[in-house]
Design a protein around this ligand. Structure first.
Ligand code: ADP
Length: 680
């Protein structure tokens, strides 16, 4: 047998069984694990989402902590806390009073009222002070009269204002009524369009620089009065200074001042002035809102003071439903806290790439149990903390974007489909392999059974001839005719040689199949081999030498071509080709043999002029036991082994066998063998 033939067949069996079992097992396995894995993958996605929400919650709690610390530091140092969440902060002192923010008082009256408890100014001699106090009531009465006179409105007020001016002028020298009188004087002079008005304002600024009117410093009062004279731009400048913190003002007083400035800006304004006024309005609204929040807080104070602990906690604000108050107790017994809403907390959470658990995912802070908007999908939610029972953190994404759980399933099913399809293809290939194997086995069985009957016939025919002619000789049928007797002998010899070739082929095949065929290569000249085979063939075919002999054409290159082969095997192979050429090509048609060579190898070519071989048959004729239907039909004898043996032998010697044929125009078989490379 040729090396590798049997192991290859065994491999084909193993592979085809594996090609069936592996994919079938794979499909079964995938089916079994897919359900479990799917659940696992979804659980993992859920966990990822939950963790993202928990991390956001952590960040918010951290920001709350930072804001409360900032408030604590701010109350200690008297500065405003800097943390983003501490925008609205509060402070209740140990006595339960709201210290910050301050509640809003009524309107600010720049007319000024008298501080009734004001003591004599420092440095005033005692007797002056006593006299001042003794005459105080009279002065207060006069001051009120002056203020009433000043309050006159309309065209016919000049006399009234002149009277007010006189009254004020008499009061400016006193320490307690002086600053109010000086202010009244300046104002009345302005009303009277008196050129001394600016000097009166300058006097007020100089003499009473450290005084305030209802918390408004004298400088600011003066600045406002001057600005009211100068026009809208000057007023807007003063407002800007107030907002920028130029004057030391209580926040609530500041609001009053701004409201007053705003009241003076009613007239026709230029475009730029109108824009500045709109900005001012915006700021005033903002400050008012904050102040209102402070006012609202007042109602909460007792409850906050009662429930505060050293660890922070939160409760919904009753005065604004969307606000949450987060507060804790200070070491001194007071309470500090912040007032926050959901957007503030969401902004405080910031963002982290790990939050992106879905396309366009974002964090939302909302009351526990509240539904999300219909255009949003809630992906995960966690409570914001035990200390903040009314709030929770939710991760949402737009409903138009994919649900991350569906994404997970889609991704997995895509993989699943790819795996199962690949396995199904493998299964199909395995089945095909098996079917082909079975078909081949059937074909082989059929060929073998044909072979047995052919071989029996092939053996019987020469044997019958031999026996018949031997009997004829024995019985003296030739009657001493020497020519007849020679012909009988010739037939007997020819038939026994044919029998010999047949048996040699059978034995060879048996050896190849068993794997016991051995080759003994030796150096041979290619042309010599071809000639020897042709001579042997001619002796077999025509012992009398009556037929035209077959010419062997040798190319000049081939004359020098030597090959390393088993001589008997190559001769037998050429004999087989010649026997086929004679059998199928037609007894009387010529046969051509040529020998050629090139640099690497040499070849022996046998050409006949028979019916040829159709292209569909050309590969099959080299298979064991194969005989073409045409061969059966025409009754040409044969076993279907000849070409199979030629191919196996020649390939075992490192060569190849090819056929070239056109139907109706004969066939050419070529044996190629590697040439011995001469050393230079
Ligand atoms: P056998 O000749 O015993 O049938 P072979 O293996 O020698 O077996 O040939 C196989 C088949 O190839 C033959 O049955 C025949 O059909 C075809 N064949 C071989 N040689 C020729 C040829 N020279 N011309 C046409 N057909 C051929």
């Amino acid at each position: 047998m040729l090396p590798g033939v049997r192991p290859r067949r065994a491999w084909i069996y193993i592979l085809s069984v594996a090609a069936l079992l592996v994919p079938a097992g794979g499909i079964a396995y995938l089916g079994a694990v897919s359900y479990r894995d799917e659940r696992g993958a979804i659980a993992a996605q859920d966990e990822r989402q939950r963790q993202a929400a928990a991390r956001i919650g952590d960040r918010i709690r951290h920001e709350i902590e930072a804001a409360l610390d900032a408030v604590e530091r701010g109350t200690a140092s008297g500065s405003a806390p800097a943390a983003p969440l501490a925008r609205y902060w509060f402070w209740i002192d140990a006595d339960g009073r709201l210290r910050a923010p301050m509640p809003v008082p009524g309107s600010v009256d720049l007319g000024g009222s008298l501080d009734r408890t004001a003591p004599c100014a420092q440095g005033t001699p005692l007797e002056d002070c006593v006299r001042e106090l003794a005459t105080r009531q009279t002065r207060v009465t006069r001051l009120q009269a002056a203020q009433r006179a000043e309050a006159c409105r309309g065209d016919a007020c000049t006399a009234s204002w002149t009277e007010a001016k006189r009254q004020y002028a008499s009061l400016v020298q006193y320490d307690d009524t002086g600053h109010i009188a000086q202010l009244g004087l300046a104002r009345t002079l302005q009303r009277l369009k008196d050129p001394k008005a600016p000097a009166a304002l300058a006097e007020l600024e100089k003499r009473f620089a450290d005084r305030t009117f209802e918390g408004v410093p004298v400088q600011l009062v003066v600045a406002m009065l001057r600005a009211e004279q100068a026009g809208p731009d000057a007023l807007l400048d003063v407002a800007d200074h107030v907002l920028a913190g130029k004057y030391a003002l209580d926040p609530i007083v500041r609001l009053g001042v701004l409201a007053r400035i705003r009241g003076r800006l009613a007239g026709a304004l230029t475009e730029a002035q109108a824009r500045r006024r709109a900005e001012l309005d915006e700021r005033v609204v903002q400050i008012r809102t904050e102040a209102r929040a402070a006012a609202g807080l007042e109602a909460e104070v007792p409850e906050l003071a009662r429930t505060a602990g050293t660890a922070w906690r939160g409760r919904g604000a009753t005065y604004v439903p969307a606000r949450t108050l987060i507060y804790r107790r200070r070491a001194d017994g007071g309470v500090i806290g912040i007032s926050v809403d959901a957007p503030m907390l969401e902004a405080a959470a910031g963002s982290d790439p790990l939050d992106a658990v879905a396309r366009n995912a974002r964090a939302m802070v909302m009351p526990s149990g509240a539904p999300v908007a219909p255009e949003l999908r809630r992906i995960a939610q966690v409570p914001l903390g035990e200390a903040l029972p009314p709030l929770q953190v939710a991760i949402v994404n737009p409903i138009a974007d994919p649900d991350p759980r569906d994404e997970v399933i889609r991704e997995r099913s895509k993989k699943h489909v790819i795996y199962t399809s690949a396995l199904a293809v493998a299964l199909g290939a395995g089945l095909l392999l098996m079917i082909r194997g079975a078909a081949r086995a059937r074909e082989l069985a059929q060929l073998k059974s044909d072979f047995v009957s052919t071989v029996s016939h092939e053996l019987k025919t020469p044997l019958t001839s031999i026996r018949m002619f031997a009997e004829m000789l024995e019985q003296g049928v030739a009657q001493g005719d020497a020519a007849k007797m020679a012909r009988y002998h010739g037939v007997i010899v020819q038939e026994s040689q044919r029998l010999g070739l047949l048996i040699a082929n059978l034995l060879d095949y048996a050896q190849i199949e068993k794997g016991t065929r051995r080759y003994t290569p030796s150096r041979q000249d290619l042309a010599g081999l071809a000639r020897h085979a042709v001579t042997t063939f001619e002796t077999l075919r025509d012992p009398d030498g009556t037929r035209n002999s077959i010419e062997v054409e040798v190319s000049p290159e081939a004359m020098r071509a030597d090959v390393e082969v088993d001589r008997d095997v190559v001769v037998q192979a050429v004999l087989n080709l010649l026997a086929n050429a004679a059998k199928y090509g037609g007894a009387d048609k010529p046969i051509e043999v040529s020998v050629g060579a090139d640099a690497t190898g040499g070849w022996i070519r046998v050409t006949d002029h028979g019916p040829g071989i159709p292209p569909s048959e050309q590969a099959r004729i080299f298979k064991e036991f194969y005989r073409s239907p045409e061969a059966y039909r025409s009754g040409v004898e044969g076993t279907g082994l000849g070409l199979a043996l030629v191919k196996r032998h020649i390939e075992a010697l490192g060569g190849t066998v090819e056929v070239a044929s056109e139907v109706g125009r004969g066939a050419t078989f070529t044996i190629r063998l590697p040439r011995i490379q001469e050393q230079a």
